[in-house]
Design a protein around this ligand. Sequence first.
Ligand SMILES: Nc1nc2c(ncn2[C@@H]2O[C@H](COP(=O)(O)OP(=O)(O)O)[C@@H](O)[C@H]2O)c(=O)[nH]1
Ligand SMILES: [Mg+2]
Length: 362
Amino acid sequence: MDLALIGLPQSGKTTLFNALTAGHGAAATGGPGRSTRVGVVKVPDPRALVLAEMYFPRKIVYPEIRYWDWAGQDEGGNAFDIGGRVRNTLQAADAFLLVARAFSNPSVHHPYGSVDPGRDLRAVLGELMLADMEVLERAVERQQDGFKKSKPVERPQLERQLEATIKVKEGVEAGEPLRCQTLTESEAALVRDYQLLTAKPVIVAFNGDESALPTRLEQLGLYPEEIKGLGEVSVCAGVEADLAEMDTEEEEEFRREMGLGEPATSQVIRTCYDTLGLVSFLTVGDDEVRAWSIPEGLPAQQAAATIHTDFYRGFVRAEVIPYNDLVRCGGIPQGRKEGVVRSEGKTYPVQDGDVINFLVNV
Ligand SMILES: Nc1nc2c(ncn2[C@@H]2O[C@H](COP(=O)(O)OP(=O)(O)O)[C@@H](O)[C@H]2O)c(=O)[nH]1
Ligand SMILES: [Mg+2]
């Protein structure tokens, strides 16, 4: 999963990026767009460790989150502007981690002259809406033009496309991001190609002072419609970036002494999974024990496709045992004897902690 850090200049994006990636995974360059830095972080799953003690696999594999940070280009400006190049990059992300400054430090320039996380959050969300409006306006013009030049047989399809585009455009103009709009499946399919930014989930990261109380979305005086569906975390990126440089013991001692809560890295991952509705299923074997992230309730056939596209086509059935049952039984053979290994078909909605063996014909 690709999570792009966005926000006003000097809000602490790069500091948070360092906190989330240093010591937790290798930073890599050459991400999407020339000026992004990418940091890859594993999503730890303690269940995989327990299963590894049962299966002694050669390796344990975890899902990964890739964080993207701008490498400098946006720092010159005084606002968060989405130009064509930035939009192209952002379109490729799965979700946004929106950093809003809540720390006071007067020696750090604020583009708007004062600290006000609610105002900044609104500005950045507004910029995403504007970027989508531009795309939609151009699409409507293009389609109206195309419609005039079209042959009668093409018209019903073009008309459906135009109607869906106008509906979404009017929604965005009325202040409703695409992720909050209600569309039919066919409407959603018709606008998917625009890769609209407001369709993507947003997790707000309030970057506060270490001694301050956490900032909360609901305290900012924003309208309920504005904050609907947003995930939120409250962190102190500066402290977290320092802690990320330490070894585990030293870090834990510091956290205890300073009375710090959950580390930013696990807070962000947990909130991200909650906001996106993601869960993990597991696969086991001598070769590897592995956790896979999917949207909760994804049909088994599509879950199989996350492993390999051939698994989609060749799907026969899924042998499923819940993690807790597998641990209790000590193995799948015993699970079978106790009748807790189920045989499920293509449409079975996969649950968190399902241990699955896909039977495929490839
Ligand atoms: N006091 C304080 N300063 C911070 C914090 N996070 C970032 N800064 C400072 O704010 C400035 C801008 O941070 P940076 O991460 O480069 O912001 P970016 O422009 O959004 O990437 C730097 O001087 C940071 O040291 C924080 O949590 N507390
Ligand atoms: Mg930066």
